[in-house]
Write a protein that binds this ligand. Structure first.
Ligand code: AMP
Ligand code: MG
Length: 482
């Protein structure tokens, strides 16, 4: 079965990606599942996109909406540093919705069955990880961090083997596009030069702001550099660790994509790693900017032929972009940390002040989120009583620095509370929500989902979710289990 009787999705539905050479995708068929049932549906997001008419059959990948053409997209990638040919092994791209805001969004089903790129995988996904992506991506959005979104989770009625039998599910993902660094690696390595040119032209048209478009490949690098630096600074602002920053999991759009073994750090330590498969700390918290730059270099390599006809000159141009990546990161990171501390002016000593704070937090194993939130209460009758006594001296230096700005402490608090969330999806709460959800009890999941919608508010109703894990509650490793 390939077509449903449902009406065309709407007249804003397009398939511009399929105008690329056919090396970039494989048209695929639907595969029916025994008992599709919508478990979560994101109505506010559906409204934003102008999407309706999506039933459980469509959202499970069993039936195509009339007018949609399904495809699996081709890409490659460096996984933990090693180049591999990949592609959507278990995802079905349905097309693009041009939303009422004029922006174009991909709609993709994740876990809808094997594709020509499935290698030996079963093409399926299980409920726990799909709920996890829904919860964390929606929390990221509420934290005001660029991310793919989740429109729905649909159970399939299948049992999927992942060590044990697990309920099968499909996630409906919404993305600015699914063009990854790995898509360019695929094109540069395995497609023809003309195809690489087509991908470049398409990506520029779809993502690069008009004022940069005339610069071609250089304009694309400028755009990706800015988007990726901003993204990584934002991750560091809230203590997020992606966990698998392989080049196939880095979107050109600068959206956070592919929520696998990701997690938010509780106590501050720059070397924090959650992923059970990241044995060498390649994707540790504080290594994320280095890895983003490493991935950016892979992209720049793919674009060399378009940067200059003379190879040495092309390398020089790329080299400059790569250096600028690091410089831009250093600048934006400092700016972001200043904002976390309510500093609106720039002083030479600021970096030292920030580093002193981070060192104390690390030595005293202080909670990253709660420490910054406690500092944020400075304009509400003094710094929150929950603040560690080890920070008293440091606080004096900080307050002296704040006094140079001519802002009231109430104004400082207001600014800081917009940058330091009260609530993040703590790993132990996410774990608890998912463990219960896969037994059919979504109450804790829904409570977390609601709480994470307003992460910058002090809502006493959710005070318990602000607590770091006790030693028994602590989750050591987050498995890539998909
Ligand atoms: P990820 O770790 O989700 O970024 O996936 C890495 C690659 O493995 C992508 O090409 C996926 O499409 C593919 N993949 C992951 N799980 C499966 C599966 N169960 N069946 C087929 N392909 C998969
Ligand atoms: Mg991936």
């Amino acid at each position: 079965m390939n077509k449903s009787n449902v009406a065309p999705i709407n007249n804003q539905w397009e398939h511009s990606y399929l105008e690329l050479p056919n090396e970039f995708y494989s048209v695929i068929q639907t595969q029916s599942v025994p008992l599709p049932e919508i478990i979560l549906w994101n109505q506010p997001l559906a409204n934003e996109l102008g999407l309706e008419n999506f039933d459980a059959q469509i959202l499970s990948g069993s039936v195509l909406p009339h007018g949609a053409k399904a495809a699996a997209l081709a890409y490659a990638g460096h996984q933990f540093g090693y180049f591999t040919l990949l592609g959507d092994g278990r995802a079905m791209w349905l097309g693009e919705q041009v939303a009422p805001n004029g922006k174009r969004y991909d709609v993709q089903l994740k876990g809808s069955g094997p594709t020509p790129y499935a290698r030996r995988g079963d093409g399926k996904a299980t409920l726990g990880p799909m709920l996890r992506e829904y919860l964390i991506s929606e929390a990221m959005h509420a934290l005001k961090i660029s991310t793919t979104r989740s429109l729905a989770v649909t159970s399939t009625g299948e049992q999927i083997y992942r060590g044990t039998l697990q309920p099968g599910a499909v996630l409906t993902r919404i993305a600015a596009s699914h063009i990854r660094v790995g898509t360019f690696e695929y094109a540069a390595t395995l497609a023809s030069p003309a195809s690489l040119q087509s991908l470049l032209d398409y990506t520029i048209k779809r993502h690069v702001p008009e004022e940069l478009q005339s610069q071609g490949a250089l304009g694309l690098l400028e755009y990706v550099k800015q988007a990726q630096v901003t993204l990584i600074c934002e991750w560091l602002r809230v203590g997020f660790i992606h966990g698998v920053m392989n080049t196939d999991n880095m979107a050109i759009s600068g959206q956070t994509i592919d929520y696998g073994p990701c997690a938010f750090m509780d106590e501050y330590h720059p070397e924090t790693v959650f992923s059970s498969i990241d044995h060498h700390g390649r994707y540790a918290f504080a290594n994320q900017p280095n890895i983003a730059q490493w991935n950016f270099i892979r992209l720049a390599e793919c674009l060399l032929p378009f940067l200059h006809e003379n190879k040495d000159k092309a390398i020089n141009i790329a080299q400059q972009q790569i250096e600028e990546f690091a410089q831009l990161f250093a600048k934006q990171w400092l700016q972001m940390m200043r904002q976390k501390l309510g500093l609106v002016s720039e002083e030479n000593q600021d970096e030292l002040l920030i580093q002193r704070l981070l060192t104390i937090m690390q030595q005293q194993t202080l909670d990253y989120t709660n420490t910054f939130r406690a500092l944020s209460s400075i304009g509400e009758g003094g710094v929150n009583a929950s603040l560690s006594p080890h920070l008293r001296d440091w606080c004096q230096s900080w307050q002296a620095r704040l006094a140079t700005q001519g802002l009231s402490l109430q104004e400082v608090t207001h600014l800081m509370k917009m940058k330091n969330p009260a609530l993040i999806p703590r790993n132990h709460q996410v774990d608890k929500a998912l463990k219960r959800a896969i037994t059919g009890d979504l109450s804790w999941f829904n409570r977390c989902l609601e709480a994470y919608q307003e992460p910058y508010h002090d809502n006493p109703k959710f005070d318990d979710l602000r607590q770091p894990p006790t030693s028994e509650e602590k989750i050591g490793e987050t498995f890539c289990g998909t």
